[in-house]
Design a protein around this ligand. Sequence first.
Ligand code: ADP
Ligand code: TRP
Length: 324
Amino acid sequence: MRVLSGIQPTGRQHIGNYFGAMRQHLQLQADHEGFYFIADYHALTSGPTAKELAGYSHDIALDYLALGLDTEKTVFWRQSDVPEVTELAWILSCVTPMGLLQRCTSYKDKLANGFSPSHGLFAYPVLQAADILIFDSELVPVGADQKQHIEITRDIAGYFNNTYGEIFILPKEHIIKSVAIVPGVDGKKMSKSYNNTIEIFGAEKSVKKTIMRIVTDSTPVEEPKDPENCNVFALLKLVASEDELKEWDSKYRNGGMGYGDAKKRLAELMIEYFKPYREKRAQLEKDPKYVQDVLADGARRAKAAAVKTMLRVRKAVGFGAYNV
Ligand code: ADP
Ligand code: TRP
């Protein structure tokens, strides 16, 4: 089955991105045909400087490669290297009712969080639909916040097919496996936009410092504590072994444990968890040419698949094959 997902280069990746999305992408590549891309056209909607966009794109490429992306099996590219998706996005725009986009909650959320209301931001879901449909994707693993975008994709494919015939194979199922939301150090959803992240590849010292800042309640050391309502425990669940987690669960419930102890252990485990990947990333960082070659190869493979679909689409709408 073809599995596709995109990740926006809008900042340094954090453990919410890893446990919520990236880890799953990497696991799925074993049994499926993985198509993963750096969604830089989408990232443009948040108004980065050229330097930021280029830097974050390179960072994400390094992150995925260090975390175990299999470059032989999986197609990995930068979205803007396959501009055919923007052509498809335009064509899909012409069958997309305004009302469908006006109902989109992520647009409203982003305005509420200070994004400027550009046409690109409004049309964001149409470009995402193009990403998914141009590659005949069957599974789209994303976090729960992306569910509406996948539903919109199916709607848009339906409108297109009703108008022009069965061009897009409506995937039998789009699996949206959602993991529990990973909390940030302030207890809100961990997000690049909230300045509350623990970076996957932050310097060890700063990871420790950030973890020690995690907000907890003010239950005194000697009193029992509720692990299920604790941000530190929620993060321990991601990295501690089952046995160790049970121990912490009792320590919380029995009282006599300070949150500082749990935080210290969390920092150790978190650093240990990412250690091998950190070493791999440091190696890759020394070889920018390698990263460039991987992305160029990915772009070639992605483009071949995209052009195949576009020929189908262009014929259906009356453009016919490209003259050049
Ligand atoms: P951010 O909110 O940091 O900007 P993105 O919107 O770029 O993150 O999300 C990239 C992917 O990571 C999405 O699939 C999203 O669902 C997932 N993700 C982001 N933050 C979290 C979180 N705190 N918990 C679980 N998954 C998350
Ligand atoms: N909107 C997604 C996010 O913010 C990123 C994305 C862009 C994407 N195009 C996609 C995800 C296509 C899945 C499929 O996380």
